[in-house]
Design a protein around this ligand. Sequence first.
Ligand code: HDD
Length: 709
Amino acid sequence: MERNKAKNSKKNDLSKNLKNDDGKIMTTNQGVKVNDTNNSLKAGERGASLLEDFILREKITHFDHERIPERIVHARGSGAHGHFELYESMESFTKAPLFTDTSRKTPVFVRFSTVAGSKGSADLARDVRGFATKFYTDEGIFDLVGNNMPIFFIQDAMKFPDLIHSVKPEPDREIPQAASAHDTFYDFVSHTTETLHNHIWVMSDRAIPRSYRMMEGFGIHTFRLVNAEGKSHFVKFHWKPLLGTHSITWDEAVKIHGADTDFHRRDLWEAIDAGQYPEWELGFQIVPEEDEHKFDFDILDPTKLIPEEMVPVQRVGKMTLNRNPDNFFAETEQVAFHPGHVVPGIDFTNDPLLQGRLFSYTDTQLSRLGSPNFHEIPINRPINETHNNQRDAHMRMTINKGKTAYFPNSIGGGCPHLAKMAEGGFTSYEERIDAKKVRARSESFNDHYSQPALFYRSLTDWEKDHVADAYTFELGKCTYDHIKERMLYIINNIDEDLASKVAEGLGMEIPKKIDGPVNQAIGADDDVKKHQPGKKQNYLNKSEALSLTHLQSDSIATRKIAFLVGDGFDGESMSKMKKALEDKGAMVQIVAPHGGTVKCDKGKDHKVDAAILTTESVLYDALYVPGGSNSVEALKKAPKAPKIVNETLKHCKAIAADSGAMEFLKNTYLEDFKDDKAVLIDETPAKFIKQIAAHRNWDRQKKVMEIPV
Ligand code: HDD
């Protein structure tokens, strides 16, 4: 009971601001009833409009100001509500009740995003995905503002504007939208070798996830956990999706751009709407203070991960997203995250990227949301009470009573008074600092090649092929040869085999040397010399956790399966397959040559979910083609039907069919793949389900290149 109450507390809090217009009379914003919202006030029916018309003025004025600036990065995003539950108390590491009280259900709001594109850009851009979680704890807000990759491009916040200016559309023509494949980005990357680790992740399939629900999340920085005795441990935060990690191919991403630009947004919404709630386990990688320097890299360097083989991830609790927002603007657009929103028991480290972020996030809300009162916006306000002497500013909602807005005071009885330590006030961890003030970077941050190389070595062969293709695509879009040469030179330092594949694709030689120092990111000559990347180390041959294949799930829940049918299809066979898939939570969609309804061989009408012309194979996870001679004839006449089959094959997805459908399927490439383990003719639904859960049959990858779609 107590748990349920806690779970709903943010929902109840938001409900104070919900407005429902059902059965209500229209009014102006001042509450005056409105009789006509279609015609302005005029001097005669064909006469001039009158300035006096306060109803027209209010309507147009509000409309004129409806937009707010989009986020400078992560503008495109989708959000959902849910809760977090802890498995066991982590009190030996932290005093934050969020992580010690197992009876709590802490409300959360999560926003997933792409980074580079504008608010209206396509979901399937090759990009990092933001994974930002707001925990509404009883002790205040804790925001975990992470990404779906465990490292970042740069080591110091000072470089963030340079990184973002290089990847955003080029400023003269504002081209390209939501794409890193252009000269300015590679100009920056090729001169800034600290970017290489995050960059190779972006070249991998992690940058084109199948769903927000099927990607990991990472806090990236090393944070601190502080327990009740004041002892600190370093921690890295991980989110592990229970649906496993899955991605799509670049060819699909390109096609989804055209078929459904809202692919990820729709996917998240539909899954939650259908009661298929996405879940992630929260993981801690804990490093005792005394082990800070025992690694081959600096744990304060945000371009480095701690391999899970070196420090295992302990799963401490589970997050479930179970409610779609009521209003996109009020919630998803106005939500304001900040890595500096922490609660007692969680603290920062000296990671220079984190330190700079602590400034940036409040600052950006001032121009984006327009006021330091952004914490009063319903989605941002904590569920516990807030009391302080901050006052006024634009759009203040709180009506503070009393005469005093200062501390100390006697007139207000000394209130609000300070939290005594016993009441859990925030005290910063007492880290000892004895240092000179310098504008510099630690040489312990200089290893720029070892971890990109570890990442590449840890991938499966098909993942490696995708990485090579991605580099070739991206660099192929650059126009300056010297930038491509620098990139080839650098990639060669990561992995020679990878570089030679990319060089072949570009039709270029890998240069033996390049003009000037490889890393030019630091500035003055002496500094540049000091900060050249060191020789690649091999402190771990492979980290299994870096491959997408590491997190698997045998669930096919929410997988979308297309049933390609024409009038007269085998109703019995189709119903059996449909039931088997739906029993496992999959979403079956009937795709037919026409819209409306389609008849099975028993004469029964079935609703068509998509006419072939209005859909694409890339919107589904797998395909089933039932038999039925009339259906086969109808599919033979439907011009796009073979394309649906061929593309499903090409993207290595599972296909099931009845032998009765072969008369149509012989017009496709299916015949060439009869021995493929994920091509199932007259096989049981159970076998199909197993192949759908496996996501793809990548063994098919080389052979499908012959399919010309
Ligand atoms: Fe950031 C937004 C994640 C470095 C400055 N960032 C933003 C969002 C995410 C991240 C997920 C979107 C939050 C939302 O959905 O509203 N950012 C990261 C991660 C980083 C990182 C994981 C490195 C580990 N960011 C970073 C730096 C700076 C910023 C170094 C500036 C010095 N980030 C911002 C920002 C944004 C933002 C400009 C834009 C909108 C916002 O904050 O609210 O302040």
